[in-house]
Design a binder for this molecule. Structure first.
Ligand code: SF4
Length: 447
């Protein structure tokens, strides 16, 4: 064992799992453990798994196997940890298994197999914690769990019902991150629009004011904190409920980015009902149109599932028609894949794999056309972008940045070339003129 015990860490899954990983790593560092960059350097490895769809489960199980082969001492946590029998069946020698958000249990498991280096209170940890995401953007988790019961999803059975974090905690974490230099805060949860419903939107003391644990109050307060510090606030996983309309004025005022990430999943009312989607009875097209009327620049990102059980050609056509009318800026699409434990598995009329693949291709072709058209309208515009990377190694420097319409890792980017680019720094805002557009990305030069 190393003089200072070293923990290896593998983080799989979505941004929400990343936030859990950050918390566990922060605590490990606070307790004086070193974090090892490779399996060989570690005295023990923690694998934070994903269990959302079968592909993610396979990847998690393979990673656990790899960590066992390469290191031998492995603790498993995260979503797949909610199904310990599945992990034990394939990997009986893991040292411990805990489910998602079980920070204390992960630490207890680590203590059992690797002695604590020293007194946790004596050590200094940066106030903002240890972040796996680059320094200039950070995810801020506002709640755990979900009150919906979408038929394709097992998150509620793994993570339980909605539990909102009290608003003072969320705001304090936001301030810490912003003061530590974060330029973009990304609010995440399973359903951001439901924030506080479990607490009956309870008002909490915040400085000299009372603030409700509620979506709009959260957006207003966090947006103001970010704007005061010249940073961005981006909202993910919002559902198209009427009360979401209230956030549009904050976007128009520049307090919250004019960007909404709404997982619509389908456009056919019949399929949405079979999926048991939140807000499935809402007239989403009318809502999108009224939002765009108020705020023409609003960028909407979404994800969809094609080939859900019972999806007919007519349903799929409805989805394409819906998409054409909604003109969403950014979309991701998945072929339906059954997840063990999901109620949708019992639905009749499974769609054959080839048909799923064909529909996925047709959907993505339609989405690409819309994206191309919408991006083209931005050529000539002046925009502020956030620089993610600068490559000054070649003859001409190029910077990769993101606009208000681009969330990290899932959306497109703005490629900046020309005079002054080599002097740009990662995490800096830049004012650019958009000069070119293709299917998903923009080109720009410094203004
Ligand atoms: S809203 Fe539906 S898909 Fe999203 S976490 Fe909740 S149950 Fe799962």
């Amino acid at each position: 064992m190393h003089p200072v015990p070293r923990v290896g860490f593998v983080s799989l899954g979505c941004p929400k799992a990343l936030v859990d990983s950050e918390r566990i790593l922060t605590q490990l560092r606070a307790e004086g453990y070193d974090i090892a960059p490779t399996y060989q350097d570690a005295d023990l490895v923690v694998v934070n798994t994903c269990g959302f769809i079968d592909d993610a489960i396979d990847e998690s199980l393979e990673t656990i196997g790899e960590a066992l082969r390469e290191n031998g001492k492995v603790i498993v946590t995260g979503c797949l940890g909610a199904q310990p029998e599945r992990i034990r069946a394939r990997h009986p020698h893991v040292l411990g298994i805990t489910g998602p958000h079980a920070y204390e249990d992960v630490l207890r498991n680590v203590h059992e197999h690797l002695p604590r280096p020293h007194d946790p209170f004596a050590d200094l940890v940066p106030a903002q914690g240890v972040k796996l995401t680059p320094r200039h953007y950070a995810y801020l988790k506002i709640s755990e769990g979900c009150n919906h019961r979408c038929s394709f999803c097992i998150i509620p059975s793994m993570r339980g019902d909605l539990v909102s974090r009290p608003i003072p905690l969320v705001l304090n974490e936001g301030i810490r991150l912003l003061n530590a230099g974060v330029r973009e805060l990304l609010v995440i949860s399973q359903d951001t629009s439901a924030y506080g419903a479990d607490l009956k939107y309870r008002a909490e003391q915040w400085g000299s004011r009372q603030i409700r644990t509620k979506f709009i109050d959260l957006a207003r307060e966090l947006g103001a904190l970010a704007a005061e510090r010249g940073a961005w606030l981006r909202l993910h996983y919002v559902y198209p409920y009427p009360h979401v309309d209230e956030v549009l004025p904050l976007m128009a005022a520049g307090q919250v980015l004019p960007y909404l990430d709404i997982p619509f999943q389908h456009g056919s009312p019949r399929i949405l009902k079979l999926m048991k989607r939140p807000a499935h009875a809402e007239n989403t097209l009318a809502r999108i149109k009224s939002w765009r009327k108020l705020l023409p620049s609003l960028a909407i990102r979404s994800t969809f599932i094609v080939g859900f059980p019972g999806e007919t050609e007519a349903d799929f056509q409805l989805l394409l028609d819906w998409l054409a009318e909604a003109e969403l800026d950014r979309v991701g699409c998945f072929k339906y894949s059954p997840v063990a434990g999901a109620s949708a598995n019992a639905l009749p009329d499974a769609v054959p794999d080839e048909l799923k693949a064909e529909r996925l291709a047709r959907f993505m072709e339609a989405a690409a056309g819309i994206s191309t058209t919408r991006l083209a309208t931005r050529v000539g515009a002046s925009e502020r972008v956030l620089v993610d990377a600068v490559d000054a190694s070649g003859k001409a420097a190029v910077a990769l940045a993101r606009s208000f319409a681009d969330a990290p890792e899932i959306d497109g980017s703005v490629r900046i070339r020309g005079a002054g680019v080599a002097r740009l720094a990662v995490g800096e805002f830049a004012d650019v003129k958009i000069t070119a557009a293709d299917t998903y990305d923009l080109g720009a030069r410094l203004a």
